[in-house]
Design a protein around this ligand. Structure first.
Ligand code: GAR
Length: 200
């Protein structure tokens, strides 16, 4: 049986699309069973709907506090009995309850631990780095602090701005995410301290 993925998005969802495309091959070993978001009206949800998938939206502003939001997100996600959650451009930090229940990976557009947070590409450019990249990591309670599963480098060009650099990172990121999620689902993974090993 393929592993059941719930993918969380906040934006355009090109990483989600890459997973949807990969999962059309039964040998991939995973299928997206639902897509969730923290806001309405985004292309990521439209992609899921076009793929015939169930979607749900859990907005922070609809709850009294962050803990209630986390409980609602946990309940919505849990209804799809996922094996793994993929945060693919999901711009919210999930809470303790969520993380106790589900394993989760996040894709981030920088070489962590450099440039965590919501503006990684801009922060890296402002710093003047020559090489940046992307990271897929397990999610823990911090902001982009969980154990790293895989990373790839992307060179910064002289005339890059935030948009051009982010697009080149995203091209690499989509391949990396598809590769890592597939391997995790087909072969499993283990964590020893901060070291993540894929496979038996
Ligand atoms: C991706 O580059 C992802 O790494 C980033 O948002 C983009 C989403 O693109 N996430 C973060 O910055 C999280 N801190 P997409 O919606 O086209 O997949």
């Amino acid at each position: 049986m393929p592993s059941r993925l719930v993918v969380l998005v906040s934006g355009t969802g090109t990483n989600l699309q890459a997973l949807l495309d990969a999962a059309t091959d039964p040998a991939y070993g995973a299928e997206v069973v639902a897509v969730g978001a923290d806001r309405d009206g985004i292309e990521g949800l439209a992609r899921a709907e076009r793929a015939g998938l169930p979607t749900f939206v859990v907005r922070v502003q609809d709850y009294d506090d962050r803990d209630d939001w986390d409980a609602a997100l946990t309940e919505n996600v849990g209804a799809y009995r996922p094996d793994l959650i993929v945060s693919a451009g999901f711009m919210k930090v999930v809470g303790k309850r969520f993380l106790e229940r589900f394993p989760m990976v996040n894709t981030h557009p920088a070489l962590l631990p450099s440039f965590p947070g919501a503006h990684a590409v801009r922060d890296a450019l402002d710093y003047g780095i020559a090489v940046t990249g992307c990271t897929v990591h397990l999610v823990d309670a911090g902001i982009d602090t969980g154990p790293i599963v895989a990373q790839r480098a992307v060179e910064v060009l002289d005339d890059d701005d935030e948009a051009s650099l982010h697009e080149r990172i995203k091209a690499v990121e989509r391949d990396l995410l598809v590769d890592v999620v597939g391997r995790m689902c087909r072969h499993g993974w283990s964590v020893n301290g901060r070291k993540v090993s894929l496979g038996e």
